[in-house]
Design a protein around this ligand. Structure first.
Ligand code: PBG
Length: 324
C-alpha cells in the first residue's frame, strides 16, 4: 500500500471515521482504584506526594467505594496504614487491624464493589521491608507464613481477591494452600508477579508510610534491566496458582506487558504506579502539561500493550469521563 493509492489521512478526516476504526478502547471495566485506609473517624489526610489522594478512615473509605461503584468501577484495592509497626508485622494479620476493618465496612455498606487487598508486610514492619528480617537479611521462607496469615485474615474479613506484592519466592503457593485449607478455594489471587525495583514507587511510600528503614528492595524486587526474568516470575506464579498476573510499574514496562500478553495465557493487570501519577499531576500544577489528556493517553497505551486491567490512582476521574 503506497501513496497515492493509500492515503492514511482519508480515515482520519472525521471524528466518526476515527471512532469507527479505533483499535483499542478504554473501558470502566478495566479500572481498579487504590485506596489508603487509616485508623480513626472522619479522617481525610491529604497525601502531599499524591495530589487528590488521601489517607482515609473507614467511613471515608466507604464513601469512596460508593463513588467508585457509582462511577462504574468494578473494584478497589485497599492498602493499610496501621496504628503500630513491629518486626514481625503483627498488625498485618490481626483481625481488628485497619485493612480488615476497612474490608468489613465496605462489604457491609457497598457489597456490589469488589474488594481486593494488597498483601504485604512493608507497611507493618518497623524496618519497612516486605518480609521479616534476620541478621540484616530479608528472610524469604520465614516470611511466607506471615504473608499467608495476612491474606487469610483479609479473606476472613470479606475480601473478594488478594494481591500479594511482597516478591518473596513461593508466596503464591503458600497463600493458595492457606486459603484452600480454610474453605476459600473460590477466592482468586492477583499476583504482583512481575514487580520491578522502581524509583516510581516514591510517592506511594509516603502515602503508605512504608519506606525501607535500611537498604533497598533490590534483593527481592526485579532488576529493571530484565525481560526474560519476567517470564520466569510469571510462569512460577501461574504454576503456584495465580489467577491474574500483574506487571508493575506500567509505563516503563510496556514491552513486558506486551511480551506477557503474547507468552502467557492469564489475564494481565498493570499497575500505573504512584510516580507515574504524581509526575503528571505535578506537571499540571506547574501549568506545563494537560494531565487529563496525558492520563487518558497513558492508560490507552497500557491497554494497547496488552493489559486487561489497570490499577490507577486516576480511576475515578477516568471512569466519570468514560461514563459521559
Ligand atoms: C508494597 C507495595 C508498593 C506498591 C504497591 N505495593 C511499594 C513498594 O514496593 O515499595 C507501590 C505502588 C505505587 O507506587 O503506586 N510492597
Amino acid at each position: 500500500m503506497l501513496f497515492p493509492d493509500y492515503r492514511g489521512r482519508r480515515l482520519r478526516a472525521t471524528h466518526n471515521f476515527r471512532r469507527m476504526i479505533r483499535e483499542t478502547k478504554l473501558s470502566r471495566d478495566d479500572l481498579i482504584l487504590p485506596l489508603f485506609a487509616i485508623e480513626g473517624k472522619s479522617v481525610k489526610k491529604p497525601i502531599e506526594s499524591m495530589p487528590g489522594h488521601f489517607q482515609l478512615s473507614c467511613d471515608h473509605i466507604v464513601t469512596m467505594a460508593k463513588d467508585a461503584r457509582d462511577a462504574g468501577i468494578p473494584a478497589i484495592i485497599l492498602f493499610g496504614v496501621p496504628d503500630k509497626k513491629d518486626p514481625l508485622a503483627t498488625r498485618a494479620y490481626a483481625s481488628d487491624s485497619i485493612v480488615q476493618k476497612a474490608v468489613r465496612a465496605v462489604k457491609e455498606k457497598v457489597p456490589e464493589i469488589t474488594v481486593i487487598t494488597d498483601v504485604c508486610l512493608c507497611g507493618y514492619t518497623d524496618h519497612g521491608h516486605c518480609g521479616c528480617v534476620e541478621n540484616g537479611i530479608i528472610d524469604n521462607d520465614a516470611s511466607l507464613d506471615l504473608l499467608a496469615k495476612t491474606a487469610l485474615s483479609h479473606v476472613k474479613a470479606g475480601a473478594d481477591m488478594v494481591a500479594p506484592s511482597d516478591m518473596m519466592d513461593g508466596r503464591v503457593a503458600e497463600i493458595r494452600q492457606a486459603l484452600d485449607e480454610e474453605g476459600f478455594s473460590h477466592i482468586p489471587i492477583m499476583s504482583y508477579a512481575v514487580k520491578y525495583s522502581s524509583a516510581f514507587y516514591g510517592p506511594f511510600r509516603q502515602a503508605a508510610e512504608s519506606a525501607p528503614q535500611f537498604g533497598d528492595r533490590k534483593t527481592y524486587q526485579m532488576d529493571p534491566a530484565n525481560s526474560n526474568e519476567a517470564i520466569r516470575e510469571a510462569t512460577m506464579d501461574i504454576e503456584e496458582g495465580a489467577d491474574i498476573i500483574m506487571v508493575k510499574p506500567a509505563l516503563s514496562y510496556l514491552d513486558i506487558i506486551y511480551r506477557l500478553k503474547t507468552e502467557i495465557d492469564l489475564p494481565i493487570a498493570a499497575y500505573n504506579v504512584s510516580g507515574e501519577y504524581s509526575i503528571m499531576k505535578a506537571g499540571e500544577m506547574m501549568g506545563w502539561v494537560n494531565a487529563r489528556d496525558m492520563i487518558m493517553e497513558t492508560l490507552l497505551s497500557i491497554k494497547r500493550a496488552g493489559a486487561d486491567l489497570i490499577l490507577t490512582y486516576s480511576a475515578l476521574d477516568v471512569a466519570r469521563e468514560l461514563k459521559d
